[in-house]
Ligand binder design. Structure first.
Ligand SMILES: NC(=O)c1ccc[n+]([C@@H]2O[C@H](COP(=O)([O-])OP(=O)(O)OC[C@H]3O[C@@H](n4cnc5c(N)ncnc54)[C@H](O)[C@@H]3O)[C@@H](O)[C@H]2O)c1
Ligand SMILES: [Fe+2]
Length: 385
């Protein structure tokens, strides 16, 4: 049995950001809180969307008071603004952080109590308001997922919140908003999207509807991420990456992520690494650990992107995939884990038991082709170091 959730409408293509206003009108919005990444707060297109809303009688207010990898405190601040303004709808514009904080502002406004009440699966009682999501990175796919990641500042845990009520009502995927991403951001979010595709495909929850979507995302990323990184103004590569990120989100939210994401969240929290970077440094080592549990699946990925000939053995195809992931990190100048952590091996060693326990606690490693013991997760962190 499988279930496939998606936004009610997905609009794609260069310039489609202008349609965000029309979508809000069709959703009967009257007062919209615009949760916008600080990078875009004074962007012309945001003023244009606001002007279009005003022309149709929709009032709007901006909320920009949140950080990358947002926290429960950011959510509280947002709920305060949502209520004070009397909002009935949300427009989220930004990377995964803007979209995730917007999702949880919406459900927190509809369900009093701490944000931690939502942690885990299906813990949201009342739906939030209509949400239109406009991504500006090509990575998380949050515009089409029923997931949000919010840091609990009291327990110092990145909470994964999964509920169909978090699926945005509409997604507006305009690749032109991604041209301004600097090279490291393009690399990190691109490998995040790749990780979504790979994990969705090898997950124990993979299903016939998510498989083609995941493979299509992986194929696009293989063909376009290096170009989007080296030639940031390349329209074809940016468009393909935005679509791949969307597909990666649709695939993993209807299948699952696995061990890379399980380990990446605590690692990112301890060393303050952006989500995509903490995935990138783990992906090759975790792939080598995991492929013996699903040789045929990893080999299909390698063959789909022509890393291995049709006649090659599954084992050699899987190894080609792991080698390509190492090479991709080198090509995109992704640092090794030890360099991301300032070489602080003492802090790394001290943190290992809690990081491994938090990884298992999140539930993601349980979807991996090989479900690791805590000691194996510690070994994998050491390999990546
Ligand atoms: N909900 C989901 O399904 C899901 C999936 C994966 C990750 N996440 C979460 O999403 C967050 C990461 O999101 P992200 O990787 O998109 O990055 P982000 O939203 O945290 O943004 C990173 C930085 O890039 C800037 N930025 C955003 N768009 C830009 C652009 N077009 N040009 C220049 N700068 C830009 C932002 O201002 C910020 O400083 C993490 O909290 C992660 O855990 C969510
Ligand atoms: Fe991710």
């Amino acid at each position: 049995m499988a279930r496939f959730d998606s936004p009610k409408a997905i609009v794609t293509g260069g310039g489609c950001r202008a349609q965000a206003g029309e979508l809000l009108v069709s959703l009967h919005a009257q007062r919209t809180l615009i949760v916008v990444d600080p990078f875009f707060a004074s962007a012309e297109f945001v003023s244009e969307i606001r002007a279009a809303l005003t022309r149709t009688g929709i009032e709007s207010e901006l909320f920009t008071n949140f950080q990358p990898d947002p926290t429960d405190q950011n959510v509280f601040a947002g709920v305060g603004r949502f209520s004070k303004f009397g909002a009935d709808s949300i427009l989220a514009i930004g990377g995964g952080s803007a979209i995730d904080v917007a999702k949880i502002i919406g459900v927190a406004a509809a369900n009093p109590g701490p944000v931690s009440q939502f942690q885990g699966y299906d813990r949201v009682a009342n739906s939030g308001p209509a949400l239109v999501a406009v991504p500006t990175t090509a990575g998380t796919g949050s515009e089409a997922t029923k997931v949000a990641v919010i840091t609990d500042t009291t327990r110092n845990v990145k909470m994964m919140i999964l509920d169909a009520k978090l699926m945005p009502t509409a997604a507006v995927v305009d690749f032109e908003l991604t041209f301004s991403m600097p090279k490291p951001l393009t690399a990190h979010v691109g490998v995040d999207a790749l990780t979504h595709g790979i994990e969705a495909y090898v997950s124990r929850k993979a299903n016939p509807l998510t498989d083609p979507v995941a493979l299509s995302a992986i194929t696009k990323i293989h063909a376009n991420l290096p170009t989007a990184w080296s030639d940031p103004g390349n329209e074809k590569a940016r468009e393909a990456m935005s679509l791949a990120a969307l597909q990666g989100g649709l695939a993993f939210t209807n299948s699952s992520v696995c061990l890379v994401h399980g380990m990446s969240r605590p690692l990112g929290l301890v060393f303050r690494l952006p989500h995509g970077l903490s995935n990138s440094v783990l992906l090759p080592a975790v792939t080598r650990f995991s492929w013996p549990g699903a040789k045929a699946r990893y080999a299909e990925i390698a063959r789909a992107i022509r890393l291995a000939a049709g006649k090659s053995s599954d084992e050699s195809a899987c190894e080609s995939l792991a080698e390509w992931l190492d090479q991709l990190n080198r090509d995109l100048e992704v640092p090794r884990l030890r360099d991301c952590c300032g070489g602080d091996v003492t802090k790394f060693r001290v943190s290992l038991p809690k990081m491994a326990a938090d990884a298992l606690e999140s539930g993601s490693p349980q979807n991996n082709p090989i479900v690791p013991a805590e000691s194996q997760i510690i070994e994998l962190f050491e390999v990546a170091w």
